[in-house]
Structure formats: structure tokens, C-alpha cells
Ligand binder design. Sequence first.
Ligand code: NAD
Length: 355
Amino acid sequence: MAHLVTLVPGDGIGPEVAEAARVVLEATRVDIEWDVQEAGAAVMEREGSPLPDRVLDSIRRSRTALKGPITTPVGTGFRSVNVALRQELDLFAAIRPSRTLPGVGGRHPDLDLVVVRENTEDLYAGIEFQMGSEATARLREMLRELRGVELAPDAGVTVKPISVTGTRRIVQFAFDFARRNGRRRVTVGHKANIMKFSDGVFLRTATAEATAYPDIELQAIQVDELAMWLAWEPETMDVILLPNLYGDIVSDLCAGLTGGLGLAPGANLGWEYAVFEPVHGSAPDIAGRGVADPVAIVLSAAMMLRHLAERDAASAVERAVVRVLAERSHVTPDLGGTASTSEMARAIAAALLPA
Ligand code: NAD
């Protein structure tokens, strides 16, 4: 029976790389029925919402989606579609592997780490108070009354909630992931010395939950020190577990350690639904030129195949990517080549076929 999969091409380079992923997946011969659903700024103009219900309904039906990046206006405009999707579908865990691939260069030949990012809480919870608004004026009064704090009248505020419940499930997820994948250590990044009641909850809950996994080492480290270790000796890292914002920043950093955003895949997982998407954004600087690196979304698609229990096809896609990267004759400009997105995708698809 065909796997029903929602495809959200996204915007910017999204449609270009999503098409590339489709070319590669078709070559695996895994039977996939695509339900293509547009979302983002153009949809906002047409339908009044950048994330119409039909997109969520489709993913609730298929339970699985492959998604290209979607642009978020900076500072003003609609809220991030990506964040809304993760919250609506309760995709509480982001998995972002960073592995050194052949032919890519870089200073870390043996890197193989995975960032597990909490995806629903923290400063991404969407609790925002706009500078000068009525709500912010009331918040200022409350803070004065409750804490004796005088908030600057020209301040905007973002609230950072981190709960025991929200942390417990991501900690269990990270340790289960480590166990299933033969990994030995989970490094928890935090800033609990400063944010005692948010990062403090994250750290204390992680420490308590880790006792159920005596076979996996827990390492707790302040996130600034983690940044230093990632610049210095990233090979010493295995699984890195982080609250939402640190996870976002550190996973881009790790992508940079292993050849750039064009190569970094990701998965957003919850108990019921799974959305696979590259770490990178819509890359407006190169959109429409056909030069985006398709590897990040193709490797995200391989993670999706494994999730759909198509393990052989997943491994075949990963091997084909490795082959094309190692041969270097069909790679995109970010990797020093001259191939277009579709040429590289076709080379990966061709590398899938028996020689
Ligand atoms: P970006 O990831 O889009 O781009 C950063 C840099 O990496 C750019 O120079 C870009 O050209 C390069 N790059 C990214 N993907 C590449 C690829 N596949 N091949 C070659 N080069 C690639 O980050 P940004 O510029 O900060 O964000 C642009 C937009 O994307 C913003 O609106 C942001 O909110 C959005 N965004 C969306 C997602 C998502 O949909 N999950 C994730 C991150 C950013």
C-alpha cells in the first residue's frame, strides 16, 4: 500500500529543493502518494492565513509530512508558520544530526553528533508583549507590584516558559533516542545559573529523568561553555539536548561544522505526527536561481523513509548522497561545484540504481 505523505514545498528555495527530494524519492521506487499543500506568505494573500487548516488537516490524515522552508517576516507580520506547525501538531522534538560527509572538506573529519531540541516551549512559546501596547502597560504594573521590577517603558517582552512536563518528554525522547541508536552520552546545555526558574527546571528535570537510563551518561554543561567545546573539540560530543532557542542556534552551528546548511537534515516529531524538513531557511539570497543544495532535504527525506519503516530505501538514499558528494562532479556551488539543484538531484537518483 502507498504511504500517504503531505508535501509542503514552502517558499524561497523550498519548491526547488522539494522537487529535488521528490525526484530522489521516486527513484527509490517506494510507493508514496503525495498530498501537496501550499503554505506561507503567498497563501496568506490568497487565503487570509499563512497556515490554513487544510494543511494541518492533511498532516493529521497522512501523519507524515516532508516540508520545505517557509519565510517568516522579521519583527512584524504573521507569526512563524514553522513554529505554529510544531505547536499545532505538538511536534515536541526536533532531531538534527550533524555528520561529516565525504568530499565536503571542513576541519572535522570524524564528526557524528545529534542535536535534540525541545520544540514547543521556551522563548518560542509565542508569549509576546509589544512595546507600548496596553497589555505591556499592564504587565509593567504587575511586575512592579509582584517583583518590585521597573520595566523600561520602551521595552518589548518575550516570556520564557519551561515546564517539568514539557521537559520530561524531551528528556525521555533524547535518552530513548540515544539508547536506540547506540549512543553513549547525552549532553544537556542550559543557563540555569542565570535563568533559575526556566533553565533550572530543564536541568533539574533532565537530571532526575536520566536516572532511569544508567547505561547512558548524562553530562550537564552551560550553553556558553558548550559553544566553546563545539568550536574546540566537537568530536567529543554525542547527543546534545537543548531547550528550544539554544537548540535552534546550536544546530545551525553544528551544520556549519559539517559543511554548511545545505547539508543539514532534520525531523520534527511528536507522539502522533512527524514533519521532516531541512535545518536551513528559505535562503532568499539564492532563491529562484536553481543553485540550492538539495542534500539537506534529501537527507530529511531519508529520515522520513526510515520513519515509514522503509529502512533499505533510507539507507540507499544516504549511500547515494555520499557517493555523489565523494565524486564531486555533480555538486552545487555551496560545495564548490557548478551543478544546479536538479542536476545534483538527478545524480543522487542515478546513484541509487544498481551500477
Ligand atoms: P537561511 O538558512 O535561509 O540562509 C542562511 C544562508 O545559508 C544563506 O546564505 C543561504 O543562501 C544559505 N543556504 C541555506 N540553505 C541553503 C541550501 N540548501 N543550499 C545552499 N545554500 C543555502 O537562513 P536565513 O537567511 O536566516 O532565513 C531566511 C528565511 O527562512 C527567514 O524568513 C527565516 O525565518 C526562514 N527560516 C525558515 C525555516 C523553516 O522553514 N524551518 C528555518 C530557518 C529559517
